[in-house]
Write a protein that binds this ligand. Structure first.
Ligand code: 8YV
Length: 334
């Protein structure tokens, strides 16, 4: 452990409540301002607390943009405790010389597990039938009571084939005997395709041929509403749609309408446009499983994410090297 006097230790901000063990480790290296009350700070409040801080640990909801960077001249690194980093304005961070980091790998398998959970729950009507049972409506067996959609041996379409997409493909192909089709900007290496037993197709083919569609692509302005009314219309009416990625990738209003009109069998959604608000149309339809952005939420994985974010702060501010940077500013702030 390095021992530095308070005057020598960089100051950092931890913007949301995290695990005590991670905070304790950060306190061994830094002057830490924490947010034990877990308040959600507005952009001006965040800027105020960032004064004099060289680093910040964020949970992905606070934006790091040109205005914040200009108002926080001592900030050198923003360490997200998330794999997605659409809260970073990377061009502004590059221009300001501020490094951004994320937490890849440590959440891949846990998040892929949850993708399968949402697919199975939506296809097999788990939450819908549980609500029925809890409401005391289950009085007798009937032959088609909550008969759902088949999952095993069907065709899974995966849009976005990064680490999480690949982990889902392996589960689907090896565990559920599914045929896996994927669409990604870049085709995967043939060895990875073989390991995932996945075949690249264009987006239209993916939409038309998938019995179920899983969305695991990053949110970028180009991906805004990449699944909207036109794309939903190309999908099979018997299909289940799962969104594990980010709100805004799906047009939630169009999805609610498709579900209401029976143009799609069901959906499993962990992310929403404008979350924590959920489109009222989605709350009204029974054939949708809704979860509050918890795909990475096991204690072990969240701990690993917090630790990796902390390691990025320690690595960069004390040793000049971030572990998992998402940008490389040409002139980093000193
Ligand atoms: C996070 C996520 O839990 O890593 C991501 O990109 O979406 C989730 O794992 C969420 O962003 C809050 O930290």
């Amino acid at each position: 452990m390095e021992h530095r006097s308070a005057a020598q230790r960089p100051a950092i901000l931890v913007a949301r409540r995290i695990f005590p063990s991670t905070l304790q480790r950060l306190r061994q290296h830094f002057e830490v301002e924490a947010n034990d009350a877990d308040e959600e700070w507005s952009p001006p409040q965040l800027i105020e607390r960032l004064q004099g801080k060289a680093g910040v640990l964020l949970t992905g909801t606070q934006r790091v943009d040109a205005a914040l960077l200009a108002a926080c001249p001592q900030l050198r690194i923003a360490a997200n405790m998330t794999v997605g980093y659409n809260n970073f304005d990377l061009a502004a961070m590059d221009a300001a010389g501020v490094v951004g980091t994320n937490t890849p790998d440590v959440l891949t398998e846990t998040t892929a597990d949850f993708g399968m959970a949402l697919l199975l729950a939506a296809a097999r009507r788990v939450t819908e039938s549980e609500r029925f049972l809890r409401a005391g409506q289950w009085t007798r067996w009937t032959v088609d009571l909550f008969a759902g959609a088949e999952v095993h041996a069907t065709t899974l379409g995966i849009l976005g084939m990064g680490r999480i997409g690949q982990a889902i493909a392996r589960r689907a192909a090896h565990g559920f005997g599914m045929r896996v089709l994927y669409h990604n900007r870049r085709r995967l290496d043939p060895a990875i395709e073989a390991d995932c037993r996945a075949t690249w197709v264009d987006k239209g083919t993916l939409l038309r041929e998938a019995d179920h569609l899983m969305l695991v692509l990053p949110y970028t302005p180009a991906n805004h509403h990449i699944i909207g009314a036109a794309e939903l219309a190309q999908m099979k009416p018997s299909a289940v749609l799962v969104n594990l990625a980010r709100g805004g990738i799906v047009d939630d209003a169009a999805l609610a309408q498709a579900l209401r009109e029976g143009r799609l069998a069901a959906a499993g959604l962990d992310v929403f446009e404008g979350e924590p608000n959920v489109h009222p149309g989605l709350l009204e339809v029974p054939n949708v499983v809704l979860t509050p952005h918890i795909a990475s939420a096991t204690l072990r994985t969240r701990q690993a994410m917090a630790d990796l974010a902390a390691d990025n702060l320690i690595g960069y501010l004390l040793h000049g090297r971030a572990l998992t940077p998402v940008n490389h500013p040409p002139q980093p702030r000193a």
